[in-house]
Ligand binder design. Sequence first.
Ligand code: UDP
Length: 475
Amino acid sequence: MESSKPHALLLPSPGVGHLVRHLELGNRLVAYHNFYVTLFVVFESHLSAGESQLIQSAKAQKLIDIVELPPVDISGKVEPDAQFFTKQAAITREIQPSLRSAISNLTLSPTALIIDLFATPALDVADEFHILKFVFYPSAWPLSLRLYLPILDKEIRGQYVDQKEPLKIPGCMSIQPEDAGSPMLDRTKHEYHVFLQRGSEMRMSDGILLNTWEDLDSMTLKALREDESFGSVPIYAVGPFVRPVEPSASRSNLLDWLDEQPSESVIYISFGSVGFLSAQQITELAFGLELSQQRFIWVLRPPSKKKNMPVKRHVLGDKGNDALDYLPDGFLTRTQGLGLVVTQWAPQVDILSHPSTGGFLSHCGWNSTLESILNGVPLLAWPLYAEQSMNAILLSEKLGVAVSPKVAPTRGVVGREEIEMLVRKVMGDQEEGKALRARVMELKVSGEKALIEGGSSFNAMSQFAKQCEIKLLRN
Ligand code: UDP
């Protein structure tokens, strides 16, 4: 059936981080820009607890249609220890037949397919259905690297990590190859070629939506639009989209505990939906927290035994799957009353928006980064993998809302004394702590302004909507 409004199809890759972003994009398209939205859920064997929660609440909201595609089986299609990008690429390849059939079965004709950064091979499916095709990317600097990589690939001989100079990308801070994500570490690996290919595929899209806003990333966004070396793809900075706090029937006891704590006195510690620390780093962090004597909530996961986790360099745990077993002896007793250790999924947005939370030790995944900024919470930047080092550098060196360890956590173990000092800095009322808080509040206000009617992101979404409406009229 022809639809009277543009109909956007969203295809996030598996994982909470991708799902969160696409759900919020879908909600805004429906609520403010007169769209129909269908979101396809992609997963391997089962949905994680976090994904299930998000899908349940999206279904209850009834703003967008949710279609679960059948589970994807990539066993036998990639090596069992294949790296992250290779695995994600295989998932997108395997999902295509069921995606095609799901699109064919839609009652309302689609106008555009919006995919995430890993799902670019699915752009071909959009062509088959003669619809527009867009990529929804988290942030501007990592996108610049991806779009510029075909040029670096031609210009630079040998390994990037052997270059004397940092990598230079128009409109961006210079970057050490080690901070540009694991695929950049070895150009002879399949992972690098997949990474390169994905960037080239993005250049073929009808536009790239970014979960950022003009004031946060103005120089980089300007270069992305004006410098032809990025491929002249239309760029729409439409964010920041973060999950709102939702009233829930069962309030977490973490929030009850936060209610009892003084204002801005608690540091929240979490490494996203899949990140984890080595056993040795857990010990150092525990002692560092104890030394700092700051209140905390720590979402703790055991070191993983899974080989294909994004964080391969970490020591694998030899004490089993109970995360608490990796804490130093007596830690929980000594910190009773001072902090809580959680081993389950935590209500992160609720925690960050609670007035007692004053800092966030974060792996700097882009969703976590935005959730922190939009709740006015300064960060202790602790990147682990993917584009997180770039996010951490942006937060501490350019935006001034984070402190970072001297030697990045991606390069070694951060010791307890340094952790103590950093936690005190981000939570303290000395000059530096005050400056961090003032700056993060400025960014919070600017992010909120971007989203309201007439704001830069609202306008960018309207332009994107216009592109879809023109397509609808032409069909
Ligand atoms: N998250 C959460 N509870 C947890 C861990 C993560 O609610 O215990 C949410 C978090 O709020 C964020 C998302 O999961 O929205 C993680 O996305 P991010 O981009 O920060 O990191 P990723 O998991 O993709 O590395």
